[in-house]
Design a protein around this ligand. Structure first.
Ligand code: FES
Ligand SMILES: [Fe+2]
Length: 474
């Protein structure tokens, strides 16, 4: 960041009186962005190259029809398609011949054909045919269309846009396949702003008790208010701690809330560098004894001032026993939880019931870190920036997924994302109660880490047994 820059702003204001300082502070609003090394993601930029070392979702499977789909990812204009054999292609959009856009191309049995002179490319970019050229043309040996490896999984199309020799395994977490019967429903969510401020919103646990609490929906009719707020404990200010993972490739945050005189709720969220996030239950229902992820998301840059969250909502009886989630409301630029996630609302409604979209995008096309005045509640956001800065400076250790794959491969990674509900009686003083909630949160996190060494089938029984032990000890 720019801790020194924030301090500089604070110092500039100090001593001159803080009341009615609009005229004096006016020009600060036009300050230049800082932290550009983690905000910019174009080709050749530190963050852009770092993000290209990971599989990134680029569109939804349902967007691949009988015509190609023009997409823009990490500042690159691309075209995605599924040929009639079912293979997915993600190619540079401009044809290698003379630059016509392949969004007007014709999907073939194998690959795609440019509309202009009929050059026919396979999904790997190989030139298969150039019909206007003589039969003995050597073009096929010398020319190819830029192409990226791609595959589909549970309704999302993933591409790898980095160097071929650095391609990692796609990380599969046990929360993608468990509990049995889990359905992953794809969605996207378009934001007209830089990727990082959207990502930071997902790390910021305090805003749920404020932005999404009743205090911001006074006067709104009941139907709208019900869909705009989170209940079941979300209205409580959480006791939050952030923990970099042991390998510094991500961050875990624990949030403890008291539900009643007898019960507390421990929520663990997981962030994986550079742009992946997983959250536990998100519909307005009381958390269960122990449940896993309800949403996995990647915040993917389109360019420096636009980004798209691609992800899955997880549907199963464990994370949503009352079936309040709505699969049919997840899809292209739509998601089924909380009003205010997308840009599709009337302006007046956004003023009366602002949501995540309004809060995030109104920070500006690129949020100005140098003008912020961070507090204790922003520790997680600043820790995230610090991890990212270290990563793009080459200080991050090797990708843990690749390391695991090389060490044996094929295993599903343990997820820490979870909700747990524990019987812990309220302590008499507020301070003592906060302490016991924090202690419980750390112990639940420790239990989740114990699962690192366990086979997939033993993880849940182990957690349930250890939760009983925590209750007995607290
Ligand atoms: S521009 Fe594509 S075939 Fe000529
Ligand atoms: Fe939110």
């Amino acid at each position: 960041m720019g801790k020194s820059e924030t301090l500089a702003v604070a110092v500039a204001v100090a001593g001159q009186g803080r009341a009615y300082s609009g005229y004096r502070l006016r020009d600060l609003q036009n300050a230049a962005p800082t932290n550009l090394e983690i905000l910019r993601t174009g080709p050749g930029t530190p963050m852009g190259e770092y993000m290209r070392r990971y599989w990134q979702p680029v569109c939804l499977s349902q967007e691949l029809t009988d015509v190609p789909k023009a997409i823009r990812i990490l500042h690159e204009d691309l075209v995605a398609f599924r040929d009639r054999q079912g293979n997915v292609g993600v190619l540079h959009r401009k044809c290698a011949h003379r630059g016509a856009s392949l969004e007007f191309g014709i999907v073939q049995e194998r690959g795609i054909r440019c509309c202009y002179h009929g050059w026919h490319f396979d999904v790997d970019g190989s030139l298969l045919e150039a019909p206007a050229e003589p039969p003995d043309t050597k073009l096929k040996d010398t020319v190819c269309q830029g192409a990226y490896p791609a595959f589909e999984r549970d309704g999302l199309v993933f591409a790898y846009m980095g160097p071929a020799d650095r391609r990692p395994e796609f990380p599969v977490f046990d929360g993608y396949v468990l509990p049995k019967g889990t359905r992953l429903i794809p969605f996207s969510n378009v934001f007209d702003c830089n990727w990082l401020q959207v990502y930071e919103n997902q790390i910021d646990h305090y805003h749920t008790a404020l932005l999404h609490n009743n205090m911001t929906v006074a006067g709104v009719d009941a139907k709208l208010a019900d869909g705009a707020t989170l209940q079941g404990g979300f209205g409580e200010m959480p006791i939050v701690d952030w923990h970099p993972t042991d390998d510094n490739n991500g961050m875990i945050f624990t949030a403890g809330r008291r539900l009643s005189d007898d019960e507390v709720w421990i929520r663990i969220s997981q962030m994986g560098l550079p742009n992946w996030m997983q959250n536990a239950a998100i519909v307005a229902a009381a958390p269960q004894r122990h449940s896993g992820p309800a949403m996995s998301r990647w915040q993917v840059p389109v360019d420096d001032e636009h980004s798209i969250a691609f992800g899955w909502r997880h549907f199963n009886d464990e994370v949503d026993p009352e079936h309040r989630g709505r699969e049919e409301e997840c899809g292209v630029d739509k998601i089924d939880f909380l009003i205010g996630q997308t840009r599709h609302r009337p302006y007046e409604e956004t003023q009366r019931v602002p949501g995540d979209y309004e809060a995030i995008v109104s920070q500006g096309p690129i949020a100005l870190h140098g003008l912020e005045h961070p507090g204790r509640s922003d520790v997680g956001v600043y820790m995230c920036r610090s991890l990212l800065r270290d990563a793009v400076a080459g200080k991050a250790p090797p990708d843990p997924v690749r390391a695991k794959a090389e060490a044996g491969g094929g295993q599903t990674l343990p997820r820490y994302t979870s909700d747990s509900r524990l019987r812990i009686r309220r302590r008499t003083s507020r301070e003592a109660d906060s302490d016991v909630i924090r202690k419980a949160a750390h112990q639940v996190f420790a239990i989740m880490k114990e699962c690192d060494e366990l086979p997939v089938a033993q993880r849940r029984p182990h957690v349930l047994r250890r939760l009983d032990e925590i209750e007995a000890s607290l």
